[in-house]
Design a protein around this ligand. Structure first.
Ligand code: ARG
Length: 577
């Protein structure tokens, strides 16, 4: 168990023994400032307020009941009634020592939930561009973290593979195939293909009519048209899978369940909503008016679920997807990683799904929005000529830039090692720069800062990891021999406390779906390690053997923490760089 939960339990029982009603929590957190102990319990104030009593006196009654013998050196009351806990070096040594050579650093499995994560979800008509980066990597960091905690995670790539634009694309594809060109060849560049079919559609009346006819045929299940659609879909998905692989994102073909998968349920969604008198006819369309989301003037929020001509909408397939996620996947939580601009859409879908009882009331529906990736000029990131940047091109550039930086440094790496490191550093830098920013904010994309070997960056953390690995190459000892930790110096204690906060950090990341919390944590760990390494020599001759083994133990746990933590962010590490 982690220290925070452990102390919470201890203090909660002390509070109850002191006669404080159980609804008041201990409210334990790591101390924010040095000199205020290692952990603080802030529950006395709220309890005192409700009990109309003096908070410092209440804090004292809690301390009187609190048994932290050998765990804490000192427990003191500070300010209006904070309880500051100074943990003992012996206890921390023992707790940290217990994590060595255990699975997952001794962390406990969470109480398992079924968690559906909807992420990446590009529109297949076009190639993946920078706008898809955030959803793909933030979603994947959450997937990895939740799986690590022991949850049953179901990835859902809700790709846009349906809708009117496919009529035009299929008509274009058909013409090329009739000229016996292969679909792989003509669809090499989806952007170019899309533009070409759009121009064709705008310029050629016959073509436009055929495209419209194909939309109808596609929806009625015409075999020939479906086969063309499948071809297009297949090539486009292949593009996305290539990107996932380069990005080290864990989505695979099995996780694809696009809009088309919900086709058969759409008429039922509409008829169910009508039957419940939630949907009404309005100007020929079928609409649900939600009072729950009314604007300031009291006008209800309209959700169109079927168009005048019979076509269904984005919201309709999202409702059907939620029914599937509730009834078939039996999700406890559903997490959506989608751009903040779709917030209203998500609110409407969630409100309506609950109102219509499409999902159980207890199912947690969470839209985790994110801001936009900006260029240096503070407007959305574009190519020099103002076009959208393909994700594939961005990743190639990242690896090239990393390779140039590595070649500059003097090192004894072989060419193939350099290539491998450049790939991990380049991709890692792009991902970390994004993941380390507060998700909900926009951020400015900057090559130089993300590739810097100093500061809160991927290269800095990857480098910190390789430094520890090189200590072990020199130490020439078997990690299996490490077990005993003796904390002596303050830098050792500071690092030990940080290392023991890994589980708490992951709990917070999983709850809030905020990967930057994990980034900040890993940066703190690496920085605390650097301070420890300065103050506490490991391999120098005059270090006595038991101290050396203890410090190697701390270094090993640090390396594992960095390795696991970066892996949860989808960032690779290496032995040397
Ligand atoms: N395909 C959509 C887009 O590119 C994103 C889908 C997100 N997921 C969802 N269930 N709506 O904007």
């Amino acid at each position: 168990m982690n220290i925070r939960d452990f102390l919470s339990q201890k203090i909660s029982s002390a509070m109850q023994a002191a006669g404080i009603p159980a609804e008041y929590s201990a409210n334990v957190a790591p101390a924010k400032k040095v000199g205020f102990g290692d952990y603080q319990a802030n529950g006395a104030m709220a309890a005192a307020k409700a009990m109309k009593s003096n908070p410092r006196a209440i804090a004292q009654t809690i301390i009187d009941q609190l048994d932290l013998d050998r765990i804490a050196d000192k427990i003191e009351i500070a300010g209006p009634g904070f309880i500051n806990i100074h943990l003992s070096d012996e206890w921390l040594s023992q707790v940290l020592g217990n994590t060595i050579n255990t699975q997952q650093l001794g962390m406990e499995k969470a109480i398992e939930q079924t968690i559906v994560v909807d992420y990446s979800s590009p529109n297949l008509a076009k190639e993946m561009h920078v706008g898809h980066l955030r959803s793909s990597i933030i979603g994947d960091a959450l997937v990895r973290t939740l799986e690590f905690q022991g949850h049953n995670v179901i990835r859902q790539n809700h790709v846009g593979d349906w809708g009117t634009q496919f009529g035009m694309l299929i008509a274009e594809l058909e013409e090329h195939i009739e000229k016996s060109e292969s679909e792989d060849f003509v669809l090499q560049d989806l952007e170019v293909f899309y533009q070409r079919s759009k121009q064709h559609f705008d310029a050629d009346e016959d073509f436009a009519n055929r495209a419209r006819d194909y939309v109808v045929k596609l929806q009625s299940g015409d075999e020939k048209i479906l086969a063309l659609w499948q071809k297009f879909r297949h090539v486009s998905l292949q593009h996305s899978e290539d990107i996932y692989q380069q990005l080290n994102v864990t989505l695979s073909a099995q996780d694809v369940r696009g809009e088309s998968a919900y086709n058969a349920d759409l008429p039922k969604v509409v008829s169910d909503l009508k039957q419940q008198n939630l949907a009404v006819e309005s100007q020929g369309a079928t609409v649900v008016f939600l009072d729950e989301l009314a604007d300031k003037e009291g006008n209800p929020s309209p959700v169109i679920i079927q168009k005048h001509g019979g076509g269904y909408l984005y919201a309709t397939s999202d409702l059907a997807a939620l029914r599937y996620r509730a009834n078939e996947l039996k999700a406890d939580r559903v997490l959506y990683f989608i751009d903040a601009r779709q917030s209203l859409h998500m609110k409407q879908v969630f409100t309506l799904a609950k109102k219509a009882n499409f999902v159980p009331a207890a199912m947690s529906l969470e839209h985790h929005p994110f801001g936009t990736m900006m260029g240096e000029d503070g407007t959305p990131f574009k190519t020099r000529s103002g076009g959208t940047v393909k994700l594939a091109d961005l990743l190639v550039e990242a690896v090239e830039r990393a390779a140039a930086l590595i070649a500059e440094k003097d090192n004894d790496l072989t060419e193939s090692e350099q290539t491998e490191i450049a790939r991990k550093v380049g991709i890692g830098a792009v991902k970390y720069a994004d993941l380390s920013k507060t998700r909900t904010n926009d951020y400015i994309f900057n090559w130089n800062s993300m590739l810097s070997f100093e500061g809160n960056t991927a290269p800095y953390l990857q480098y910190a990891y390789t430094r520890i690995r090189s200590i072990f190459r020199k130490a020439n000892i078997d990690v299996a021999d490490l077990s005993h930790i003796i904390i002596q110096a303050p830098e050792e204690k500071a690092l030990a406390l940080k290392l023991l906060q890994f589980e708490e950090t992951l709990q917070q990341v999983a709850r809030e779906a905020m990967p930057h919390t994990l980034c900040n944590y890993l940066y703190d760990v690496a920085s605390a390690f650097m301070r420890f390494y300065e103050a506490c020599p490991i391999l120098k001759d005059d270090v006595d053997p038991s101290t050396r083994l203890s410090r190697l133990g701390i270094a090993e746990i640090t390396a594992q923490t960095l390795h696991i933590g970066l892996d949860l962010l989808g960032i690779e590490t290496m032995e040397k760089m």
